[in-house]
Design a protein around this ligand. Structure first.
Ligand code: HEC
Length: 156
């Protein structure tokens, strides 16, 4: 009789031990990769345009945008600023694809749709440079699809 009881107690102990191990397992598991890393996403703080590209964009900006948006991208009246805290705040959480689409389809306001895709990418590179996002070694793509993985953030 004594033996049966101790076997029973032993079984209980093992069950309790196993239950504890299972309960602890998730804590020891490696952290799940963040959604951003999983999607291969980047932000404009990661050097997503080149200095040369921004220079080409500056020439386009001076010629086609400055008259409305200002020499320093500061905007005025109904023309929004295209750099600085107000600009980055209003685009925060969106992607460069959204900005590309907006610019390509509706700017310059006097001749919407007249910029080529390459000119649009170049002028956006200039906008990012004025907002002090760092240049990198790869040009900003001149099509929507790859730009969807580059988010705008407010870090400056
Ligand atoms: C004739 C004046 C005019 C010209 C030229 C012009 N814009 Fe605009 N732009 C506006 C106005 C007005 C708005 C605000 C209304 C709107 O969003 O459509 C605007 C809005 C924008 C926005 C959206 C800003 C925001 O935060 O919502 C971007 C980006 C932009 N312009 C880029 C450009 C670029 C790049 C050029 C040059 C290729 C350009 N614009 C030329 C008048 C102009």
């Amino acid at each position: 009789m004594t033996r049966i009881v101790s076997v029973f107690t032993g079984a209980l102990a093992i069950t309790a031990f196993t239950a504890t191990m299972i309960a602890q397992a998730p804590a020891g598991a490696p952290p799940a990769p963040s959604a951003q890393a999983a999607a291969g996403a980047k932000s404009v703080s990661d050097g997503v345009y080149t200095a040369d590209q921004a220079k080409r964009g500056e020439a386009i900006y001076k010629e086609q945008c400055a008259a409305c948006h200002g020499d320093n991208l500061e905007g005025s009246g109904p023309m929004p600023a295209l750099a600085g805290p107000d600009f980055t705040k209003s685009w925060m959480g969106k992607t460069v694809a959204d900005l590309f689409d907006k610019t390509h389809s509706s700017m310059p306001a006097t001749a919407p749709g007249s910029l080529t895709e390459k000119q649009t990418a170049d002028v956006l590179a200039y906008l990012l440079s004025v907002s002090k996002y760092p240049a990198g070694t790869t040009e900003l793509a001149d099509s929507i699809e790859p730009l969807k993985s580059i988010s705008l953030d407010a870090k400056q």
